[in-house]
Design a protein around this ligand. Structure first.
Ligand SMILES: Cc1cc2nc3c(=O)[nH]c(=O)nc-3n(C[C@H](O)[C@H](O)[C@H](O)COP(=O)(O)O)c2cc1C
Length: 228
């Protein structure tokens, strides 16, 4: 029995919103350290194009930062700058040449960021240091949450202009989307952030919109592209 008939579903097409992938093998998001001064590079285009030539059904890029406070690694794509768009077009054209769709992953890493790179306070739902990055973050205020949410929209818009077929929101690990929902962190927030209290449970409510609204904001900004 051939691999394609043995793994019938793996090698059959799947619709993801407006995008049809030719098989269900997904090249998942991982940082490459190929960004140059916050911009996507030729190395990104070559790397993803080689994977597309290898036959995957869908490529998801490494995470693109949605806000200047989010700079965990030196060589990260700063998706919030318009200057990324030519590099985005270079990547998407290289991958589309192999008839493979490509999504960009968007993220605000919350407490997993470093002021060493950004020279800005690290923003997170709670002032609880990430075990790996170890900086005590600034607990975000309502207007800062709105800024983070808007950042997702900005980057999603750049991705649409750059030719991406869709976006993926990273809602795991220390991301602000995940952190604003996580009981340990939200309870820490409730205990320590009395200053943001405008009513019972408001600290929790004030951080939850990050998770609730980043998705719809990005969805609106990326227009007809897919979102996962
Ligand atoms: C160096 C490295 C960087 C990664 N960067 C990301 C990332 O930017 N976004 C993400 O969602 N996952 C990231 N991941 C997780 C991978 O996408 C993948 O889920 C994980 O490595 C498990 O798959 P594997 O067992 O095939 O390695 C990263 C993993 C590695 C090893």
């Amino acid at each position: 029995m051939s691999a394609t008939s043995r793994y019938r579903y793996l090698f059959s097409p799947l619709r993801i919103g407006p995008v049809v992938v030719r098989n269900r093998i997904v090249f998942s998001a991982h940082l490459t350290n190929y960004a140059e001064d916050g911009l996507p590079s030729q190395q990104h285009a070559d790397y993803y194009a080689a994977r597309a030539a290898g036959g995957v059904g869908l490529i998801i890029t490494e995470e693109h930062s949605t806000h200047p406070t989010d700079w965990p690694y030196e060589k990260l794509i700063h998706g919030f700058h318009r200057a990324v768009i030519p590099g985005y077009r270079n990547i998407t054209a290289a991958v589309h040449a192999h008839d493979v769709p490509i999504f960009a992953q968007l993220n605000h890493n919350g407490g997993q960021a470093s002021s060493m790179f950004s020279r800005l306070p690290v923003w997170a739902p709670s002032p609880v240091p990430d075990p790996m990055f170890r900086e005590v973050p600034k607990a975000v205020e309502r207007h800062e949450i709105a800024e983070i949410i808007a950042g997702y929209g900005t980057v999603a818009g750049h991705c649409a202009e750059g030719g991406f077929d869709g976006i993926e929101l990273q809602c795991s690990h220390s991301s602000s989307c995940a952190g604003s929902c996580r009981p340990r962190r939200t309870s820490a927030r409730t205990r320590t952030a009395a200053r943001c209290r405008a009513g019972p449970g408001s600290c929790l409510r004030s951080s939850m919109p990050c998770a609730r609204l980043s998705g719809p904001t990005a969805r609106w900004a990326c227009g007809s592209a897919a979102m996962s």
